[in-house]
Design a protein. Structure first.
Length: 389
């Protein structure tokens, strides 16, 4: 059997090492000095002009904190998305870099699993709709309704938005912990890898849904620009105003919201905080998002949300009311979306990846991978994987 070290082309290995170095935040000079190489030697290695020796490779992977097996793996897909996030204005580098690197890894892993299985989902992206002159929020309302009709969703609630984006638009969506809690999500579009979104699992399911809708707005209007959805970023730009209103309109279409508001006020004589909670539950959004939407549509006065909060309206009251009405939505702890879960299960079932490789590729603890593997004993899932083949 040929040693993987001998089989891999120097140019391929050099490029993987270059990406690992930049992601570990080492300059060529710093890395070279640490492993006792000259900078010109490391440059030649990264360009594929000089084959690296095994002891040098071992020293570099230790320095960069990467797996030797992953660096040498035949099927590894290497993409480099995160440098594009560093050019974002008003984004603190330390807040976004780790999340961008994680999105890079997960998008690479999913593409690799697709390659192993010979399965590439056809892209059915709607055309980009660049912002024109005039009010970006009016354009966002129109664009959101257009996308809803394109996906055949009409005015119905879309609590399954993440599944819809994966299935209908072939987005790559990932849910993982992002330590910087102000970051709700990240979006990037790459011609080779497609549209990718990372959502913060520390946030509620409603917040994740809103962030996915927000990032879809960036996909529609400013596809070529990466985005970090964060409470610490200025939201006064036309692009952000479009994305914010698009997210609201996608999840809470104006005609449906107006109809529900009209029904509630006609039946009860006035619109109360209890009704706000019901609106939020129907459309699968937070109470604040529902209130902001009603304000946007001029159904409630501006700053109603601030007034309610100052008078003691809180999440505990909302949760109690929803529980009494049987409308509570339990947050899911699942970190895998259906598409990635099925790809991982099928690749393991076919002996194309090991348990350890899936842990590293998907950035998941072993217990999560064991859940996938244990589920393969279920006859129904096994039959499903056979059908997928």
């Amino acid at each position: 059997m040929i040693d993987p070290f001998e089989r891999i082309a120097p140019a391929v290995l050099g490029e993987r090492l270059r990406i690992a170095r930049t992601r570990a935040d080492f300059t060529q000079e710093q890395a070279a000095n640490t492993v006792e190489l000259s900078r010109t030697t490391l440059l030649a290695i990264e360009k594929g002009e000089r084959r690296i020796r095994q002891f040098e490779l071992a020293a570099l992977v230790r320095l960069y904190g990467v797996s030797l097996n992953d660096i040498l793996r035949d099927t590894a897909v290497r993409i480099e998305l995160e440098p594009r996030f560093r050019a974002l204005p008003n984004t603190k580098k330390k807040n976004a870099d780790r999340a961008a690197a994680l999105l890079n890894d997960l998008a690479s892993a999913e593409a690799e699993l697709e390659g192993l299985l010979g399965r590439r989902a056809p892209r059915v992206y709607p055309p980009e709709r660049p912002l024109g002159p005039g009010d970006p929020e009016i354009q966002a309302e129109e664009a959101a309704l257009e996308l809803r009709h394109r996906m055949g969703r009409g005015l119905a609630p879309m609590k399954d938005l993440i599944t819809v984006l994966e299935g209908e638009l072939a987005f790559r969506i990932f849910i993982r912990p992002i330590e910087e809690r102000t970051i709700s999500g990240l979006f990037i579009f790459d011609e080779n890898i497609g549209a990718c979104i990372l959502l913060n699992s520390y946030h509620s399911s409603e917040r994740r849904r809103q962030s996915a809708a927000h990032e879809t707005g960036h996909f529609i209007a400013t596809r070529g620009e990466p985005d970090v959805d964060s409470s610490s970023i200025d939201t006064t730009s036309r692009e952000e105003r479009f994305a914010k209103r698009f997210g609201f309109a996608l999840l809470m279409p104006a005609p449906a919201v107006r109809a529900m508001f009209s029904d509630l006020t006609r039946e009860h004589g006035r619109f109360s905080p209890r009704h706000l909670i019901l609106v939020a539950a129907r459309f699968g959004v937070s109470n604040e998002a529902a209130c902001r939407r009603l304000e946007d549509l001029k159904l409630l006065p501006q700053r109603t949300w601030e007034s309610m909060r100052s008078r003691g309206f809180d999440g505990q009251f909302a949760r109690k009311l929803l529980a009494e009405a049987g409308l509570s939505e339990n947050d899911t702890d699942d970190l895998l979306t259906p598409k990635t879960w099925l790809l991982a299960a099928e690749a393991y079932e076919r002996d194309l990846v090991t348990e350890g490789q899936l842990c590293r590729m998907l950035h998941l603890p072993r217990i999560e991978i064991r859940r996938i593997i244990d589920s393969l004993n279920d006859t129904g899932l096994h039959d499903l994987l056979q059908v997928v083949e």
